[in-house]
Design a protein around this ligand. Structure first.
Ligand SMILES: C[S@@+](CC[C@H](N)C(=O)[O-])C[C@H]1O[C@@H](n2cnc3c(N)ncnc32)[C@H](O)[C@@H]1O
Length: 416
């Protein structure tokens, strides 16, 4: 798939995939934890001066970060996750690290300087800036590759691995808890296929990040009053918030599971704990004895049933009277949703129609990014306006139903 044609307008991407902005906070935390590369990268990308992006609470990432700083459990969890995952890779004996999603962390620089090939995968708007910035900071011979990819889009992952040989160490830090159930299934299927072909392991702590934050905060609260924090589940129906359900899901998707305490790979010092007594530092670190890396391997012949969606996206837009007609074809995911939003906006700005009718007979897959665009269309409608979706395939209907979005639309002519 050629991602270079995708619109890379950051603002649009932010609208369709709010997870995208969280990575900036992670980089600021690593800079705060004294990581010199994170510091340099943060300044280069302008994150230290605060950035223009705002979330729905109208806070800039810098303001969000200032709030996070008051919550040491959060800072320590990010530092622990980043450093321990890097250490686990270094001990794994595997050759290729595939960081999905890589966000803005300085891991690529740090590994390439040590002669370790690095492959960072993330959405186009992240990769666009990371690729340029990191290659300005490192010009050596070790491959340090940044690829535009959507974890739900197999082709975007696989095509980036052309020419790579040897087993993969795929690390996922800060993604799975944000995905909807249907996205999780697709991502698991995609990683299964990569591991089936290349061999190797998939490692994550995304199953336990909330309990890690709570345990660290409990240790610190002996010494410091911690502001109360509502730890919200980013995606309510996500199985990763229930350890038992998550384990069943991993097995159902064809993976074996091994758990290793994060504690075993922590560095001697966690800088974000430096202001606390040795006693509290030790207790906070001890919390990571009960927080696990999940090491997943593709079990031979155990792939879950799944039919791949067509790896194309096309749309057609036209207007008749008060109705805007759209037809969508192929996949609407985080890579293609910004294009859909942009085309819709252009047309809607020329003439705000009261009604929108979207023909989905050739739509194979829609991710939460695509659903957000449909939601924007609903919100844009003037009084008494409606959005009608027609000719839903069963798999698309199921996504609309589980997400609750189905109630927002009039439905016409389902396909069987
Ligand atoms: C919480 S950040 C974590 C980034 C990095 N691993 C870290 O620890 O800083 C989440 C990242 O997921 C990326 N992301 C969100 N949805 C994605 C998708 N469907 N495919 C690939 N990356 C995605 C965002 O762009 C963002 O960089």
């Amino acid at each position: 798939m050629n991602n270079t044609n995708q619109p890379e307008n950051t603002k649009l991407l932010e609208e369709v995939n709010p997870v995208f902005t969280t990575a900036q906070v992670c980089l600021l935390v690593m800079a705060e934890a004294g990581d010199p590369d994170a510091n340099q990268l943060g300044s280069m990308l302008g994150f230290d001066r605060g950035i223009s992006m705002v979330d729905k609470d109208e806070l800039t990432e810098m303001e969000k970060f200032q709030k996070m700083k008051a919550i040491p459990g959060f800072m320590t969890t990010i530092e622990a996750r980043f450093t321990a995952s890097s250490n686990l890779f270094l001990h794994s004996g595997l050759r290729n690290i595939l960081d999905l999603p890589c966000g803005y962390t300085p891991r690529g620089l740090q590994f390439a300087r040590r002669g370790i090939p690095y492959y960072g995968f993330d959405l186009p708007a992240v990769i666009q800036v990371m690729d340029g910035a990191c290659h300005r900071l490192y010009q050596g011979n070790t491959p340090m590759c940044y690829h535009k990819a959507d974890a739900t889009n197999y082709e975007s992952l696989r095509s980036a691995l052309d020419g790579v040989s040897g087993e993969l160490f795929i690390t996922t830090e800060g993604l799975l808890m944000y995905l909807t159930q249907s996205e999780l299934e697709v991502v698991f299927r995609n990683i299964y296929r990569l591991l089936e072909e290349f061999g190797g392991i998939w490692v994550t702590t995304d199953n336990s990040i909330v309990s890690a934050q709570q345990s660290v905060m409990q240790a610190i609260s002996e010494e410091k009053e911690i502001p109360s924090l509502e730890l919200k589940k980013p995606t309510p129906e996500n199985v990763f918030f229930d350890p038992q359900q998550a384990e069943q899901f991993v097995a159902k998707m064809g993976f074996s599971l091994e758990k290793i305490p994060v504690y075993e790979y922590l560095p001697d010092h966690l800088h974000t704990l430096a202001d606390y007594s040795i006693n509290v530092q030790n207790k906070a670190k001890e919390a990571f004895r009960n927080i696990y890396f999940w090491i997943m391997r593709a079990e031979e012949g155990a792939a879950a049933e799944y039919t791949d969606a067509q790896n194309t996206f096309r749309m057609h837009i036209s207007r008749q009277g008060q109705t805007l007609y759209l037809t969508l074809q192929g996949r609407v995911d985080t890579l293609t949703a910004p294009e859909l939003l942009s085309l819709y906006r252009n047309e809607n700005e020329k003439h705000a129609c009261r009604f929108v009718e979207i023909d989905l007979r050739d739509l194979d897959y829609i991710s939460s990014a695509g659903l957000r665009v449909l939601l924007i269309m609903v919100k844009d409608r003037p009084k008494n306006g409606t959005v009608t979706v027609t000719h839903l395939k069963p798999q698309v209907r199921s996504v609309l139903e589980t997400s609750g979005f189905i109630q927002l639309f009039s439905i016409k002519d389902d396909l069987q």
